[in-house]
Each structure stands twice: as C-alpha cells, then as structure tokens.
Design a protein around this ligand. Structure first.
Ligand code: HGY
Ligand code: MN
Ligand code: MN
Length: 398
C-alpha cells in the first residue's frame, strides 16, 4: 500500500487538538498532563487500527508493536510548556503512516517526557537503562511534583519494559528546530550526530532583607551573585567553546521575587550542549569553579541539584545511507548532512540499537514556541524519505 498523505496530515492535525493552546498551532501537552494522556490513548487506538499491538510501559512510553522483529520508528508526543505542534508529534505520526502503509514489519513508539518536564529525555532514558526508574521517580518538576507521582496518573501501566531486542533499528523523523535548512532553502536534513548535554540546578543562598534600609555594601543579594556568575562564565567560556557550543540559563526562581525585598535566594537551571564530550567536561569544571568563587566573594551558600546528561552520539551509517538515498530521490540538490543541536530520544535508543534521524525545515528556524511550523510539502517530502528508507532497508524484496 502507498503512503496516504491526507491521512498523515489529518492525524497530525488531530494530534494537535490535544492541548491546543489557542495561539496559532501551538500546544500545551506536557508529560502526564490530561492532554498528554488523552493523546496517548488516541494514539493507541490508531495503532490498533494500523494492526499494531499497543503497549504502555511502566513510565508511559507507548509502543505500537508489529509481530516478530521489526524496525522501530517514532519520537515523542509530549510537549514543552509552550510547545510547537510538530516537535515530536511529527515523528510519531510519520511512523504510524509508514507502519500502516508498509509491507514490512514496522513498530511505532511515542516516548514519554522527552521534553524533560522532570529531567532530560526521561522516558527513553528510563526505557534504555540510562536512568534507573527509582532515581527517575525522585525527579521533580518546577512545581515540585515527582515523576513517580505524575506517572501514576496514567493508571494501570504495564509492568515490563518492551525488550529492545524486538527491534532491528530506530529511525526518528523530526523538525530541525533551527535555521539551517530554512535559510538555505533545503528540504531535508540527514543527521550525522546528536550533541551531548549537561543539565543541572544551581542555588545561591544569601540574605533576604529590606530593599530600602539595607546599604549596598552589606547586602548578600542572590540576584547580584547570579549576575556576576553569568558575566564571568561568558568570559571564561570564550577560549573553550566553538560557534556550535550553546549554554542556557533558562529558568530562574528568585526568592521571594518582590520589588522591595533584597532577594535572598536564587535557584536557576544551568544547561550546556556540545558535540565534543571532553568540552562538556571542561565546561562543567569552569561552571563549578566560577560558582564556587562567586559564592565565596558574595557570601553565598552554594548548592547543586542532580546533574543529568547525555553523551554525543553518531548516527548509524547503514540507516543513514538509506535515508540519504531517499533524500537524493525525493529532494535532489535540496538535502544536506547536518548535526543535531537539539536532543532527541534517538540518543537513548542508541544504547541498544543502530539509530538515524532525518529533519525537515522549521519556518524561520522557530521551535519550542507556539509559532513553530513547517510547510506541508516539506512534511510530505520527509515522510516520503522515511518510507523510502524503510523499503530500502527491507532489502531487494522491498
Ligand atoms: O531540548 C531539546 O533539545 C529537546 O527538544 N527537548
Ligand atoms: Mn523533540
Ligand atoms: Mn523539544
């Protein structure tokens, strides 16, 4: 059977309705939210209609299993707090469309909490053994809810994890989430490798006090400590980083966050990413030494939360070449090999299976924002490349 483009697009738009933000095509569908759980149950129904056996594992990863050994396709269907309609969802629905139209055994997965409400690609990290379930259950979100409490909301989940040995490999289709393809007018990106990441929380605890009566030289102002830390860090990274290295302080909880109170405490996220494992280690050394130095100077108590991380991973050559063959057929002269600056579940799956990824352009390079979007013809081109690769990997009969 051939790919049904209209059915593919209709399911993409149907999935978008679960947690629709009402702003553009954006979605609010964080892991274990009502919208996320409802979306997963809808996906399970579509998997049954596709002839697949749905199985939720203990953390809510949803697999649609083909009989026997199969190629696994998929991504995630949870979103960022302000998410785009395609981040993750595209890979899940493209996988479903290929599975239900292919003559070859293809299984489908929607991993849980890829967006890290609780950690970093939490669902596939637990499934792949990269993160022990007992440790995952202690992770908390920004509101202090634990992973263990949140996953219980899914009700009676399976007790066992799906065995990776059921699968011959994993291919994830995803939006680029960056500017490269869109700016170059290319239609397809074939991923060469996925960057590594470190993510942790840092706390500076000083002295809360009156904003009018506390002289500047007597203050132990947590915001000033963060400001000094950030300035020094940017300066000290200069000789270590490359133009591809990124680091982000994305969440800042200033306490008590009141205009007439000198903030006594700041808890902030510290995340950094690079394609070189040694550079990630070097950056961690600089982060910790700078935090210690600033805490000493500013009279702060310094505390670190758990650090989570993933190593950089190269894509499997056989799977990648099958995707490149598809790209050359579907988008001749309009495809490129490229690294992934975004994280993906493929990094965790690579612990057990050969993995590969393909990208389609993000309009204006926007993602992790309600405005995230991709032209329909690019979505369909990516689906055709994925389908081509599945047939090519199935062998001559394919
Ligand atoms: O942050 C990431 O790279 C992924 O989109 N969660
Ligand atoms: Mn994603
Ligand atoms: Mn994302």
């Amino acid at each position: 059977m051939a790919i049904d483009e209209n059915r593919f697009l209709a399911d993409l738009h149907r999935l978008r309705e679960f947690g629709a933000s009402g702003v553009g095509k954006g979605v609010v569908r964080p892991a274990y939210s009502d919208a996320d759980i409802a979306a997963r149950h809808w996906l399970a129904g579509r998997m049954i209609e596709a002839g697949l056996e749905p199985q939720f594992d203990p953390v809510g990863n949803l697999f649609g299993l083909a009989p026997g050994r199969s190629l696994l396709l998929g991504s995630h269907s949870d979103s960022q707090p302000e998410g785009g309609w395609l981040d993750g969802a595209l890979g899940v629905i493209a996988a479903l469309e290929v599975a239900r139209s292919s003559d070859h055994p293809v299984s489908v997965v929607s991993f849980q909490d890829e967006e890290g409400r609780f950690g970093v690609t939490t669902g596939s990290a637990v499934w792949s053994g990269g993160l022990p379930l007992e440790k995952a259950d202690t992770l908390t979100d920004a509101a202090g809810v634990s992973f263990g409490t949140a996953r219980a909301a899914m009700g009676d989940l399976a007790q066992d994890f799906v065995d990776p040995a059921r699968f011959s490999g994993f291919i994830e289709m995803h939006i680029e989430q960056g500017p490269a393809l869109d700016a170059a007018g290319d239609q397809i990106g074939i991923v060469t490798d996925i960057v590594g990441i470190r993510d942790m929380t840092i706390t500076f605890e000083g002295q809360q006090n009156h904003a009018g009566t506390t002289p500047m030289h007597l203050r132990r102002d947590a915001f000033q400590a963060l400001s000094l830390f950030n300035t020094r860090l940017n300066d000290r990274f200069r000789n270590v980083v490359t133009p591809q290295t990124v680091w982000t302080i994305g969440r800042v909880d200033l306490h008590p966050n009141a205009s007439s109170i000198v903030p006594g405490r700041v808890r902030f996220s510290m995340q950094w990413r690079d394609g070189d494992a040694a550079r990630l280690v070097r950056m961690e050394e600089i982060i910790r030494s700078t935090a210690h130095e600033v805490a000493e100077e500013q009279g702060m108590v310094l505390d670190y939360g758990p650090m989570l991380g993933l190593e950089p991973v190269a894509m499997d050559q056989t799977l990648r070449l099958a995707l490149e063959d598809g790209a050359a057929q579907v988008a001749p002269g309009k495809w490129r090999r490229m690294p992934s600056g975004a994280l993906h579940d493929a990094t965790n799956v690579a612990r057990h299976l050969p993995v590969a990824m393909l990208f389609v352009p993000s309009i204006n390079g926007i993602s992790h924002d309600f405005a995230e979007d991709t032209a329909e013809h690019d979505l369909i081109a990516g689906l055709a490349v994925l389908d081509h690769a599945v047939h090519k990997l199935a062998g001559p009969a394919g």
